[in-house]
Design a binder for this molecule. Structure first.
Ligand code: SF4
Length: 96
């Protein structure tokens, strides 16, 4: 049942933003560097991407734990998730 719900959710999501991604055709390995390797090149690709915010929200919503999404590393996204969780708990709005 959980799998069916996950598949249903996956099919319902609007991912048309991916068609406008700067990283289309770019080597995916660039966005999933080995631990400790530079993320600079991937972030350069993201910097000019018009769907950067959609990408970041997708990663945050879906709990993407690995890789560069929306121009942010795993650590940077964790920081945003924590900040949002704290804001939710305190009834305020997070800034990122
Ligand atoms: S923000 Fe970066 S990873 Fe996300 S779609 Fe754009 S280029 Fe690709």
């Amino acid at each position: 049942m959980a799998t069916e719900l996950a598949v249903h959710k996956f099919l319902q999501e609007d991912r048309t933003w991916q068609l406008k991604a700067n990283c289309l055709g770019v080597d995916p390995d660039l966005f999933f560097p080995e631990r400790g390797a530079s993320t600079r090149e991937a972030k350069e690709v993201c910097r000019g991407c018009i769907v950067q915010q959609d990408c970041l929200e997708y990663a945050l919503t879906n709990g993407e734990k690995f890789g560069i999404w929306g121009g942010m590393s795993e650590r940077e996204r964790r920081r945003i998730r924590r900040s949002r969780a704290l804001a939710r708990r305190s009834g305020g709005a997070a800034t990122a």
